[in-house]
Design a protein around this ligand. Structure first.
Ligand SMILES: Cc1cc2nc3c(=O)[nH]c(=O)nc-3n(C[C@H](O)[C@H](O)[C@H](O)COP(=O)(O)OP(=O)(O)OC[C@H]3O[C@@H](n4cnc5c(N)ncnc54)[C@H](O)[C@@H]3O)c2cc1C
Length: 290
């Protein structure tokens, strides 16, 4: 199908883009990589009066390391993130997660800002943002605000962004040196959205766990940070029993829905299995293994 008629604007600056969003009074949509928005338009599930295309705003595409975090301009392509040496060194969890995002042509167009603003609960970037407790910077006619994942993701495909706001930057704290990490996911075919995915990071201090991070994709309407499972690792360490206890706890912390792709019980079980797998790999890496 073809999309319904819409006006098209390609502003050269964020200010100009914000002016257009205000002018359309909530009836315009921002276009980033178009990998989620264009199918929605073609199916006529979205009927905006106008598209405000961000692709000509060069100032929105960058990867910068600063003050212990890595900042990404919203229009940074997933493919640029996949091959960024800075990301590989400072945020290897994100490099690994990116390899699960769709296929090469999708990652060549798709952006980090678009993926997070779209808020598909099965998407990898919202899960990594949640695991690492990053920030998103949002600009609108009322100024700039910075949001934590818990304040951003509201439910399926829904964030707290207003219709006249633009997500401009994503900031992720650099992972501790030598932290182990893994992104595990199950999808029916490679490149499909995850049925469930789990992001894990473990930083060891001798035999102790200094820091553990776990978050899910696909196990509920929004990504879930598995804090109580992280606490088990911090208290009990990373022997086989502790990893299993953390995985069992992880499954108790999620409340997925059933849909066309999987039942809630199946997603709950996948959360346990994938948490355990992710932890085994993350711990091996933290210990200097493969
Ligand atoms: C076949 C296929 C498989 C895919 N598989 C996966 C997968 O496995 N994992 C995954 O994570 N994704 C997957 N995707 C989606 C892909 O990652 C998209 O790129 C991403 O979800 C949206 O990013 P985009 O830049 O294309 O945004 P767009 O499609 O342009 O926009 C998506 C939404 O976000 C809004 N938006 C975009 N940028 C901003 C901004 N800066 N500020 C405010 N609002 C904004 C738009 O208005 C729109 O509502 C897949 C897509 C396809 C077609």
């Amino acid at each position: 199908m073809k999309p319904p008629r819409f006006d098209y604007h390609a502003p050269a600056s964020v200010e100009e883009a914000l002016g257009l969003l205000v002018r359309y009074g909530g009836e315009a949509k921002v276009l980033a990589g178009g990998q989620s928005l264009m199918p929605l338009l073609n199916f006529r599930l979205s009927r905006p009066a106008a598209l405000v295309d961000l692709n000509r705003i060069a100032a929105l595409a960058y990867i910068r390391e600063q003050n212990g975090h890595v900042a990404f301009g919203a229009m940074t392509r997933q493919r640029a993130i996949e091959f960024s040496p800075v990301v590989k060194t400072k945020l290897p969890l994100l490099t690994e997660a990116t390899q699960w995002v769709g296929h090469l042509p999708i990652r060549s167009r798709g952006t980090i800002g678009g993926s997070i603003a779209h808020a598909d609960p099965s998407a990898e970037y919202p899960a990594v943002l949640t695991a690492l407790d990053g920030d998103v910077v949002v600009r609108g006619p009322r100024g700039e605000r910075t949001l934590k994942p818990a304040d951003l993701f509201q439910t399926y495909l829904t964030t707290s962004l207003e219709a006249d706001e633009i997500l401009t930057e994503v900031r992720l704290p650099a992972m501790p040196a030598r932290a182990g990490y893994a992104f595990e996911e199950f999808a029916r075919r490679h490149g499909d959205f995850a049925i469930v995915g789990v992001a894990a990071m473990v930083a060891l201090d001798g035999g102790r766990v200094r820091e553990a991070r776990l978050a899910t994709a696909g196990a509920g309407p929004v990504p879930v940070r598995l804090r109580a499972a992280e606490d088990i690792l911090v208290k009990e360490g990373v022997d086989e029993r502790a990893l299993e206890a953390a995985a069992v706890r992880a499954a108790e912390l999620v409340t997925p829905d059933s849909d066309l792709h999987a039942t809630a019980a199946y997603r709950t079980n996948l959360t346990r299995v994938l948490t355990q797998r992710a932890l085994v790999r993350a711990v091996a890496r933290a210990r200097g293994g493969a």
